[in-house]
Ligand binder design. Structure first.
Ligand code: NAD
Ligand code: UDP
Length: 344
């Protein structure tokens, strides 16, 4: 019989690509998403690409609404849960911390209470590289000290702690927190990708919008860092590799008899500077992308790189896409859908 999974935030960027992967691997998927940062069109697109309409269920609801969420648990039996839902904009979390603490905590607590009540103990959580304390030594290893630098990051760090406490309290729980680095790319169809609200904060969606003519130029935030070309270095990972990482995490959980709690980095293990990414994108697009050098962006760190040996050893996770493929896939999506899901 097919295994059935609850995927919260499954209409979002990483969630939707993971749902596609899971459907292809013959799982039944129930998405719960309030569409606060996504579109109903994502669900239709997943159905179209996967051709697995019968295996996909969608509930538009806010996880903070316990009674409504309980109805989903009453209607479906779940073998496991992947929890993507949450707010994720660092700047917004600094301006409005209560909104972030309320949404990310209450949603997670409701979900965990219901999982406990309905005896669903297999859980994969979307954590983030932002939980790490900034230290000069790279890469970040899972045992590094934690010390998130903003409210968004602290919601991830505290939820990891809640999950750890839960796993100590009852050894039925099998929990993996995946700490993602910088996701990039889009589905090969060019019909599913990242659709940021307004002007993008992140580097690659910004470059893509310059390339397609929606923005005039890229602002390169600082060229005076202690790095080979003076710009910051990040660990970019294809969103499809993240999707596959979630599947590997679930498979690992299903293969274990005993309770477990693990935090695991998901990245590519390779670092690229802002100029590396810009030039790679220019190569893919076949034209120069205008840019201006500006001051550093407050809060940016010079380097962020993942040690991915634990993901390999425990999950058999090996990233499959290089930076060129990440830029090609991003560009295919951006070119085909310059206005994301809101174009039609
Ligand atoms: P996203 O915003 O595209 O997806 C999150 C989804 O959750 C959205 O569809 C949104 O509508 C939904 N949602 C939010 N609050 C909800 C609620 N209360 N009830 C129901 N649905 C709700 O974000 P993403 O980039 O796909 O990220 C997914 C997860 O991964 C998030 O938890 C994010 O913090 C984490 N993460 C993202 C990145 C990144 O760079 N994108 C990096 C590290 C970690
Ligand atoms: N960046 C930039 N211009 C932009 C957006 C980002 O120069 O318009 C730089 C930013 O300073 C950082 C890198 O690109 O060094 C990646 O930024 P992003 O916001 O994508 O990821 P994060 O900083 O969260 O890792």
């Amino acid at each position: 019989m097919k295994k059935s999974l609850l995927v919260t935030g499954g209409a979002g960027y990483i969630g939707s690509h993971t749902v596609l992967d899971l459907l292809e691997q013959n799982y039944e998927v129930v998405i719960v998403d309030d569409l606060s940062n996504s579109s109903k069109k994502v669900i239709d697109t997943i159905k179209k690409i996967s051709q697995k309409e019968d295996s996909l269920f969608f509930y538009q609801l806010d996880l903070k609404e316990y009674a409504k969420l309980e109805k989903v648990f009453e209607e479906h039996h779940f073998d496991g849960v992947i929890h993507f839902a949450g707010y994720k904009a660092v700047g917004e979390s600094v301006m409005n911390p209560l909104m972030y603490y309320e949404n990310n905590f209450f949603s997670t607590i409701n979900l965990l209470k219901l999982m406990k009540k309905y005896k669903v103990f297999n859980f994969v959580f979307s954590s983030s590289a932002t939980v790490y304390k900034n230290v000069p030594e790279m890469p970040f290893h899972e045992e590094n000290p934690l010390g998130a630098a903003n409210p968004y990051g602290r919601t991830k760090q505290f939820i990891e702690q809640i999950l750890k406490d839960l796993s100590y309290s009852d050894d039925h729980w099998k929990i993996i927190c995946l700490r993602y680095f910088n996701p990039l790319g889009a589905d090969k169809s060019g019909d599913l990708g990242e659709d940021p609200n307004g002007v993008p904060n992140n580097l690659v969606p910004y470059i893509a919008q310059v390339a397609v003519g929606k923005l005039s130029h890229l602002n390169v935030f600082g060229t005076d860092y202690d790095t080979p070309d003076g710009t910051c270095i990040r660990d970019y990972v294809h969103v499809n590799d993240l999707a596959y990482g979630h599947r590997k995490a679930l498979e690992f959980i299903f293969s274990q008899d005993k309770g477990l709690y693990e935090a695991i980095n998901l990245g590519s293990g390779r670092g690229y500077s802002v100029f590396d990414i810009l030039h790679s994108f220019e190569e893919v697009v076949g034209k120069a992308i205008p840019y201006k050098v500006t001051d550093r962006r407050p809060g940016d760190i010079a380097r962020s790189l993942a040690d991915i040996s634990k993901a390999d050893q425990l999950l058999g996770f090996k990233p499959r896409s290089d930076i060129k493929e990440m830029c090609q896939d991003t560009w295919r999506w951006q070119k085909k859908h310059p206005n994301g899901f809101s174009e039609e």
